[in-house]
Ligand binder design. Structure first.
Ligand code: PLP
Length: 458
């Protein structure tokens, strides 16, 4: 039954919600690709919340695994104990991450931002352990997002999320983000050859640190900030080679793109890149528990193991047993149900392919400038004028309007602003769970089309 107190105005809620202005429905149940609110309304989760849910909502075997662990042992502190569930899960995750991480180690956290913080500190400590104590700077990219804690914000390039906190963060070098639809090099060949130029920006930034660069962090496929933007040919390999040549660690942030969402276990596999440190969260637990992971290669692990012998870092809830149980159960489900293959948009007959084809059909709408992405991670960018690629005025909040119109139709999408210059530019992130069916995709894209048309005609 509806509880009238729950979806009351945010202004009177005891919860400090994301917005005091917005009315939030109260979610009470989830099953498969659907979520229900307290009024009984059903929503199709076409964005996996925020690219979180990959295995579907309400999977009983995951909650059973969590309950079993909670009944046996809910928590111990990682300074005093390890647990069988953490040990097994770390082994399985290393195996899932592939050959590049053989002999490596996993550090577990409670989410993406904590994992990014951990990766930055791990990179710094690695440099100190191998005798390069001058190296502490982390190079990253403009128009990127790596998390909301101050360290993660320092390396993020998302203007809106950083702006007021800038006096509190340490500023490092940010290089250009290849964004094909609005390429800074004004390519006329669909960005077939600009990858090298973007990579050279990184090399110049590393040189400018005068031997103080510890690591470079990047999202292989843009998540929220640009929405599904893919790297141009040759770019990631060039970047990896530059980092190796300059003694700079390569940290890949796969918080959104990892755990199968792009149709590979991790997105870097599409481009044959071998990072030193890999960061995962979101899909790692599919949202069943707060969970993140930092997967360190053998090189990084060995530097600490053979050096000082301890990683100077820690969170109370590091490797929390219930989160470990959730993560393990999710991983087993991803494998047993072949969800990575389902997400592969290059695989004929997969739901990944179906999503690609359906979203492609939106391109002919006058207010849609670009549709890009891979697997089950896509961005739909809106424009006021298709020929000039002129964005809508930011105050129109076009993406949020479309998202609201979609919500009214029972469809959840993730609206973002700022893709053009950090302030203007509107897009949606589309990232459904891999258990979505072809019919559900077709229905969702129909609803989205109507939501876009309705918003454009207002
Ligand atoms: C690429 C990327 N890195 C890091 C984060 C931060 O993760 P969390 O919100 O779990 O702290 C996010 C969140 O959206 C993300 O998309």
């Amino acid at each position: 039954m509806a509880d009238p107190t729950i979806s009351e105005s945010s202004a009177v809620s005891a919860v400090l919600r994301r917005s005091f202005r917005k009315l939030f429905p109260a979610a009470i149940r989830g099953e498969g690709v659907h979520v229900w609110d307290s009024e009984g309304k059903r929503y199709l989760d076409f964005s996996g919340s925020a690219a979180v849910n990959f295995v579907g909502h309400g999977v009983a075997e995951i909650s059973a695994a969590m309950a079993e662990q909670a009944t046996k042992l809910e928590f111990v502190h990682s300074s005093q104990f390890t647990t069988p569930v953490a040990e097994k899960y770390a082994e399985e995750l290393l195996e899932f991450a592939g050959e590049n991480f053989r002999g490596g180690s996993v550090y577990f956290t409670s989410g993406g931002s904590e994992s990014v913080e951990t990766a930055l500190k791990l990179a710094r400590q690695y440099q100190v352990e191998i005798g390069r104590a001058r190296r502490y700077r982390i190079v990253s990219r403009q128009q990127s997002y790596h998390g909301s804690t101050l360290g993660a914000l320092a390396v993020s390039g998302n203007k809106r999320r950083r702006e007021i906190y800038l006096p509190m963060v340490r500023e490092f070098e940010h290089v250009g983000f290849p964004y094909c639809y609005r390429c800074a090099y004004d390519c006329k060949d669909g960005c077939q050859n600009c990858g090298q130029q973007y990579a050279e920006e990184l090399e110049r930034a590393i040189k400018a640190t005068n031997g103080e660069a510890a690591a470079f962090i990047f999202e292989p496929v843009s998540g929220a900030t640009l929405g599904g933007v893919l790297p141009p040919p040759g770019y990631l390999r060039a970047v990896a080679e530059i980092c190796l040549r300059n003694g700079v660690l390569l940290i890949v942030d796969e918080v959104m793109s990892g755990m199968g969402r792009t149709g590979r276990n991790f997105a870097v596999e599409h481009w044959g890149v071998a990072p030193d440190i890999l960061v995962a969260a979101k899909g790692l637990s599919s949202g069943y528990a707060p969970l993140g992971a930092v997967i360190a290669s053998k090189k990084v692990r060995d530097a600490i193991a053979a050096g000082s012998g301890s990683f100077i870092h820690g969170f109370t809830f590091n490797a929390h047993p219930i989160s470990m149980a959730a993560g393990r159960a999710v991983l087993h489900l991803i494998q047993s149900r072949k969800l990575v293959q389902a997400a592969d948009s290059g695989q004929p007959g997969s739901v990944g392919e179906q999503l690609r084809l359906e979203l492609d059909s939106l391109r002919n709408l006058p207010s849609i400038g670009d549709v890009r992405g891979i697997g089950l991670l896509w961005g739909v960018e809106f424009v006021a004028d298709k020929r000039s690629k002129q964005p809508f005025p930011p105050e129109l909040n076009f993406a949020a309007r479309v998202a609201q119109a979609a919500l009214d139709r029972g469809l959840l999408v993730y609206p973002v602003q700022g893709c053009v210059d950090g302030t203007s530019g509107d897009h949606l992130l589309i990232a459904p769970p891999a258990v979505v069916t072809a019919e559900q995709i077709a229905w969702s894209v129909d609803q989205l089309r109507s939501a876009v048309q309705e918003s454009a005609s207002q």
